[in-house]
Design a protein around this ligand. Structure first.
Ligand code: GLY
Length: 360
């Protein structure tokens, strides 16, 4: 696969570099993007650290960076305020300065948490994202959302803070368990649904991991290109960016229903997209064949296409939905594959409509 570069205008502007083996060239890339940085604070987790930590650190030290590494326990429970304080304390006790940078090596938990820490320590230091899961490569590492979870819900505290560089090595996806790879595929399919019907058809013709990995460079590039266009138009999520949440309102209800342990985020979003398409058909917004077409792409990948949630979970998910404004919620619906239509409705009506979907 060829190397590919995308440029995001948001923030100070930054590149997304997609290239097999780029992990070993990370030092030189970071040196070019952050010439004033002397010290790098690598944040990674207990799964990723033994797999890719030594290669990354070797590449950084080759460029004469002074490298400090902090390993957090793998898993969503690390995306919390106490780990954020732990990172602040770690970095400041080592005397981090504003010209230094945080390097996030891992999936969405590491990227969101380390990004939050980078955006707030000393009121902001450099940030490099090196995402190692499909989900974080196509979504969370690009666009500058950082977050921790609260007892009251996921991602409820955070900042918008664009990175200085995103390095994407498709080869690291080989070590992902199937469940995690396919969870990332739910977000990949989402881009086809909301933006690009040709890309949707391209994915439909690749119903297994082997064929998808054969074209992974094109897949990463296409998803990041769509995300970059959306983020450039609406960095702070007040309009267009909401379309990236297609399938997510019910997805959040399904995650809640399974107490965040039964369904992964991607699995919940997969079923949420089918449900949102069915709702769109019921509201005469969406073409009648769309739910079945989405199901036809997701099912061969082993992703669930229907999940039941109690009305209480739907009500809670709608209650904390970040697409809410006052008593209104914006539902992200499709007109057809590749054409999205946000529809603003009273919150109570949305809760009733979503709770009325039978989950089958
Ligand atoms: N993950 C959705 C967004 O970045 O806006």
């Amino acid at each position: 696969m060829d190397s590919k570069t995308l440029h995001v205008d948001a923030g100070n502007g930054y590149d997304i570099l997609i290239s097999p083996g780029i992990l070993d060239g990370a030092g030189a890339r970071i040196r070019a993007a952050l010439p004033a940085a002397r010290r790098l604070f690598v944040v990674t987790d207990s799964n990723v650290s033994p797999l890719y930590g030594p290669r990354l650190v070797a590449s950084l030290e080759k460029e004469s960076f002074q490298v400090h590494t902090h390993v957090i326990p793998a898993g969503e429970s690390s995306k919390c305020a106490s780990r954020l304080v732990e990172l602040w304390t770690w970095m400041t006790s080592l005397g981090i300065t504003r010209s230094d940078a945080v390097v996030a090596l891992g999936g969405g938990v590491v990227g969101d948490l380390a990004g939050f820490a980078a955006s707030t320590v000393l009121r902001g230091v450099g940030l490099v994202q090196i995402p190692t899961t499909l989900l974080s490569q196509v979504d969370s590492s690009v666009g500058g959302k950082t977050a921790v979870d609260l007892d009251t819900g996921k991602n409820l505290a955070g900042t918008f803070y664009q990175p200085d560089l995103v390095l994407m090595d498709p080869e690291v996806l080989d070590s992902l368990p199937d469940t995690d790879f396919m969870s990332g595929m739910a977000e990949v399919v989402k881009y086809g649904c909301i933006w690009d019907a040709d890309f949707f058809d391209f994915l439909a013709a690749r119903p297994d991991r082997r064929s998808l990995m054969g074209d992974i460079g094109h897949i990463l590039y296409t998803c990041c290109d769509i995300k970059r266009q959306v983020v450039n138009a609406d960095e702070h999520d007040t309009g267009l960016r909401m379309i990236l949440n297609f399938g997510h309102t019910l997805g959040h209800a399904y995650e809640l229903a399974g107490n965040y342990t039964v369904w992964t985020h991607g699995q919940a979003v997969a079923a949420g997209m089918v449900a949102a398409a069915r709702l769109g058909v019921a509201l005469s917004v969406t073409q009648a064949d769309v739910p079945e077409r989405i199901r036809g792409v997701l099912a061969p990948l082993g992703l669930p296409t229907s999940i039941s949630a109690a009305p209480e979970h739907v009500r809670r998910a709608v209650g904390v939905d970040k697409k809410s404004a006052g008593d209104f919620v914006t539902l992200i619906l499709l007109e057809k594959i590749g054409a999205v239509r946000p529809v603003k409705l009273p919150r109570d009506q949305v809760t009733e409509l979503l709770a009325g979907l039978d989950g089958r």
